[in-house]
Write a new protein. Structure first.
Length: 298
């Protein structure tokens, strides 16, 4: 029968597993990689897997099963640390949030294009209408929208190399049709890149866009979830989870490893059966599932 044991190796590998996993979560939430492929977070997660494997091996080696049969069984003498339940509670909540953020990873081609445009000064600018390239089309308003016109317009774009005339289809003007030489409209372009796009609504998604959305909407719920999980835990029960039990920890580690594998297609930008983001979405609940298994079987 397996009996838990403790050694310097179990302590070192256990802390290594926790710290590297925590670093992977924080790196993911901080948006260190602006777009795919995501290298730092998967590398840290892989390091955590190595530490977890070493922790299992060290725990087996320190088990009283390998000791003298006449020796006394191992007994935990350290008092429960009340901070441990907060590590588990907020760790599960933050890991779930990090997995969800990974689902919305920006692909590398779009990310590199965005970086290039931003370096060339890409932003929204107000420019004059040179002439109309088509007849204005009137759209009636309603309770949610004012009346407006859409028109193909020729605009003068002030590039740093000199102004150019560019035709932009379907430009929006509110209330009145545009007038050549008088009307000005807002468009997105990069002043230092004449070959770049000129569009009416050119707002581009970035990692920071998702981070701001998460900070405003997701962070409060993540903290609430972490607080609720921490408050529902018992210090003694959580303390007991520190020592390896094969039937308890191996399935939980398997669930977490499956979640990491499901995140890799979108993080490293490759498809599985034609999908990348769908597997990542399936990985979101794995931290909670692994912790539920620990609590129920521990």
């Amino acid at each position: 029968m397996y009996t838990p044991g403790r050694s310097a190796a179990t302590t070192l590998t256990g802390w290594g597993m926790v710290l590297s996993a925590g670093a992977a979560v924080l790196v993911s939430l901080a948006g260190v990689s602006p777009h795919a492929p995501l290298i730092p977070a998967p590398a840290l997660a892989g390091l955590s897997v190595l530490f977890a494997t070493a922790w299992v091996v060290a725990s087996y080696r320190s088990s009283t099963r390998t000791r003298d049969p006449l020796s006394k069984p191992y007994r935990e003498t350290r008092r429960p640390n009340p901070a441990l339940r907060y590590v588990f509670g907020f760790g599960v909540a933050l890991a779930t949030a990090a997995a969800l953020m990974t689902v919305f990873t920006i692909d590398s081609a779009y990310g590199r294009e965005t970086e290039h445009l931003e370096a060339a000064g890409y932003d929204e600018y107000r420019v004059p209408v040179v002439r109309l390239a088509g007849d204005p089309v009137f759209h009636e308003g309603d309770q949610d929208q004012d009346p407006y016109y859409t028109t193909d317009l020729v605009l003068r774009i002030p590039y740093e190399t000199g102004p150019r005339e560019v035709t932009v289809p379907g430009m929006y003007t509110r209330f009145e049709p545009p007038v050549a030489g008088r009307t000005k409209v807002d468009v997105y372009f990069a002043p230092r890149d004449p070959e770049g796009p000129v569009v009416e609504d050119g707002r581009r998604e970035t990692t920071w866009t998702h981070l701001l959305v998460f900070a405003f909407w997701g962070a409060p719920w993540t903290l609430v979830a972490g607080g609720i999980l921490s408050g529902c835990m018992d210090d003694d029960e959580v303390h007991g989870l520190r020592r390896f039990e094969p039937e308890v920890h191996l399935p939980a580690l398997g669930i977490l490893l499956a979640g990491l594998a499901l995140l890799l297609p979108v993080a490293l930008e490759f498809d599985v059966a034609g999908h990348a983001h769908l597997p990542a979405l399936l990985a979101v609940p794995t931290p909670a599932l692994a912790f539920t298994w620990l609590v129920k079987r521990g």
